[in-house]
Write a protein that binds this ligand. Structure first.
Ligand SMILES: C[S@@+](CC[C@H](N)C(=O)[O-])C[C@H]1O[C@@H](n2cnc3c(N)ncnc32)[C@H](O)[C@@H]1O
Length: 332
């Protein structure tokens, strides 16, 4: 990603004399929003001059957060909600499994635990819908008009998560398909592998859906961009639009050593979507489910401002160590 500040069309350090007149008012508002956001939590840490991590529940923080102050959301939430509940985290940490299963070892290599989403009961599925609707309703209030949300899911649960976001009033604007070889699916029927050598219970999963949503614009996209600095997606270059299929292999050992979170997303992928999320490179990117602060680190590497909430003390501590290391990581 190199030195991203120089790629910004309208960076905070840019020569202001070349900027269109409306840009100054967007910059001023973004500046005051940033100050308000940084003061919005009792317990938080300034990871850098441009990144703040809040210890707390996302829904509670969103209830108290200033209206129309966040320009984009990029997040990898608890897909099935239950896997990050306290009781399942306690089981994961003590190696007892629960909803987290250890995938079969491959080529003698030990695999990291993965949450099992095929075991969700109908009550848990209802909980998932209610939870994501509650999150989306609050994001709608806190986002500026035209603000985008990129939210990760998986092929088993994305229809429910994305539907809850639409029901809350966010516009669906497509999906990013991350092409990634996973260890999910592809197994033969349990206990009868030899009997059914040519049968898989499910397809081996090779992609990850990221829903793209937007808070409705005020007027046209151009009008909204001039007032709020949001409404569109930042292009890769003047010639090349942002595209919705991105191949990116699983997070590698090098990155996992810097941030040993069970759901760590790779910087190479995150930096591409975080970059697209702020069309003018101005504003704040918020991650409600910050984990190891990988989204915040991607924003830092791009020269963007960012804010995260994380309610688990261990991950909150982990994020403080991981953030500068992930942000400094050089990726292709
Ligand atoms: C899938 S992980 C995100 C991992 C992150 N993408 C990374 O690369 O490190 C989801 C995170 O959300 C946190 N979480 C779950 N529910 C939350 C809530 N209601 N408020 C804040 N954080 C929450 C979990 O503790 C977990 O760290």
């Amino acid at each position: 990603m190199g030195t991203p500040q120089t790629l910004l069309p309208f960076s905070r350090e840019a020569d202001a004399s070349r900027d269109p007149p409306w840009l100054e008012s967007i910059r001023r508002r973004a500046e005051s929003d940033w100050r308000r956001l940084r003061r919005s939590a009792e317990r938080s840490v300034e990871l850098s001059a441009d990144a703040t991590l809040i210890l707390g529940d996302a829904v509670e923080w969103l209830d108290a957060a200033p209206e129309a102050s966040v320009h984009a959301v990029v997040t990898d939430p608890p897909y099935g909600v239950i896997e990050y509940q306290e009781k399942n985290q306690a089981k994961l940490r003590s190696g007892r499994g629960g909803v987290w299963r250890i995938p079969p070892s491959f080529d003698g290599a030990k695999r990291n635990p993965l949450p099992r989403f095929t075991v969700l009961s109908s009550e848990e599925v209802n909980l998932l819908r209610t939870f994501f609707k509650a999150v989306a309703e609050r994001l709608l209030r806190v986002l500026v008009p035209g603000g985008h949300v990129f939210i990760a899911s998986n092929p088993l649960l994305s229809s429910m998560t994305f539907c809850a976001f639409q029901e809350a009033g966010l516009e669906k604007r497509g999906e990013v398909i991350r092409i990634v070889q996973t260890l999910r699916g592809g197994d033969r029927p349990k206990g009868a592998e030899a009997e059914f050598p040519e049968v898989s219970v499910m397809a081996r999963s090779s992609w990850e859906p990221w829903g793209i949503f937007r808070k409705p614009c005020e007027g046209t996209v151009a009008e909204n961009l001039r007032v709020w600095g949001a409404g569109g997606l930042r292009r890769i270059s003047a010639r090349e639009p942002f595209k919705d299929v991105i191949a990116c292999s699983p997070t590698r050992g090098r990155e996992k050593a810097l941030a040993p979170h069970p759901s760590l997303k790779p910087q190479r992928f995150l930096r591409q979507i975080v970059r697209a999320a702020l069309p003018l490179g101005i504003g704040v990117v918020y991650d409600p489910f910050a984990g190891s602060a990988s989204t915040l680190a991607a924003a830092e590497a791009l020269g963007y401002r960012s804010l995260g909430t994380e309610r688990d003390h261990e991950y909150y501590e982990m994020a403080q160590k991981a953030f500068p290391r992930l942000a400094a990581l050089s990726v292709r």
